[in-house]
Design a binder for this molecule. Structure first.
Ligand code: SF4
Length: 380
């Protein structure tokens, strides 16, 4: 399928309009034809002092320069295992760069090429809201039996709460292991901030019921729950979601099945429970890539995950029919903030000896965040 055919499934955005919205004034011109060469020259000049990490949802123009590509779990491991690179340029979003800073040594510096690359899901759980939930658990006498399991897609402050309260971090690759571990430590899980990953894992992997999972709404008094509901829950799901994966609907699945006979539906567990329930396969970003790589030639797939990745899978698997699950084209707007001009600007500035856009987590927050992240890395 050509890119044109691929995009014609819906109304394609003007890719040019997504670039460098808040130009610092120092950014290279996006139309500069030498950008690729400039990135290569700066990368070569930095040599082994530099490691570039690239999340799978990054643009092609950026991911081509990554030394290691992966989902947030794989990139966290890569950061933790590297002690040589003095400069780690993280092509991803803010919470990923924070985790890399926590897991690397004091002398290593983590750089985010555009500081506006945040995550709307991470923003749905603030430090004060989570602290208030913790206060209510203490008041009810359930602090030690309520184990936080926090998705990687969260701020360092929420990871710190998790570490301090006996919990662990998880990713979409290891959420099942993390939740099983948590239920061995206590009576219930406090799952933050993605309700869909928490619910899908609890019901589909752990065998809990939908009724075992209740929503903790941070905008309501005491999470919008009675004390009995809190006591009775096996999983308290923070009311957060991914604005990209949360948009896929059961109707998208139905439409795709009626349009393409024999198509298989493959979705990420951040999708809504109704979507995941109707899919043929559910998997983390890494699992989605592996599934498509191993799929037979001529097979047809509709994939419910971020569009940069789906488009790349379509390009890299020309003998397979790859479709985006939704008719409307949707990128993760914050992931897309990291474009080639920002990467070139960051690399060239670093090559001149100036540190820019360093992500530094304060030592107090880092201490318990590291505890939570290391619990994840040590999960059986
Ligand atoms: S895809 Fe969703 S979870 Fe990932 S960075 Fe974008 S908004 Fe956040």
């Amino acid at each position: 399928m050509s890119l044109l055919e691929f995009l014609s499934r819906g109304s394609a955005p003007d890719l040019g309009s997504e670039r460098g919205v808040s130009c610092t004034g120092e950014l290279p011109d996006p139309s500069d034809p030498a950008l690729v060469d400039r990135a290569m020259v700066a990368k070569t000049a930095l040599g082994s002092r530099l490691m570039i990490l690239g999340h799978h949802y990054q643009r092609d123009e950026v991911i081509r320069f990554a030394d290691i590509t992966g989902d947030s779990f794989k990139l966290a491991q890569a950061a933790a295992n590297n002690r040589e690179a003095e400069l780690i340029v993280f092509c991803g979003v803010h919470f990923m760069a924070e985790s890399a800073d926590i897991l690397t040594s004091e002398s290593q510096k983590v750089i985010l090429p555009d500081l506006a690359a945040g995550c709307s899901m991470a923003d749905m759980a603030t430090q004060s809201q989570v602290a208030e939930a913790g206060r209510i658990f203490a008041e009810l006498g359930i602090s030690s039996s309520t184990i936080p399991v926090t998705y990687m897609n969260s701020s360092a402050a929420i990871k710190s709460f998790t570490g301090e309260h006996g919990g662990t971090i998880c990713t979409s690759s290891n959420a099942e292991r993390a939740m099983r571990w948590a239920l061995e430590q206590g009576d219930r899980i406090f799952f933050l901030p993605d309700q869909h990953l928490g619910r899908n894992t609890a019901v589909r992997k752990l065998g809990l019921t939908l009724a075992d999972c209740v929503i903790w709404n941070p905008w309501k008094d005491r999470g919008g729950l009675t004390d009995d509901e809190i006591h009775g829950a096996k999983v308290l799901l923070w009311r957060g979601h991914c604005s990209v994966h949360g948009r896929f609907t059961a109707k998208n699945v139905e439409d795709m099945r009626s349009q393409v006979p024999g198509i298989q539906i493959l979705v990420h567990p951040e999708c809504q429970y109704e979507v995941v329930s109707q899919a043929d396969h559910v998997g983390s970003t890494e699992q989605i890539i592996k599934t498509i790589a191993e799929a037979p030639q001529g097979s047809s797939w509709a994939i419910g995950t971020e569009l940069n990745l789906v488009r790349r899978l379509a390009t890299e698997n020309p003998g397979k029919n790859i479709h985006f699950l939704d008719k409307a084209i949707c990128y993760c707007s914050t992931m897309n903030r990291i474009d080639l001009p920002h990467l070139v600007w960051a690399l060239e500035t670093l090559a001149k000896g100036r540190i820019v856009n360093q992500i530094k987590v304060d030592p107090v927050t880092a201490k318990f965040s590291r505890v939570a992240l290391e619990r994840m890395l040590a999960l059986p």
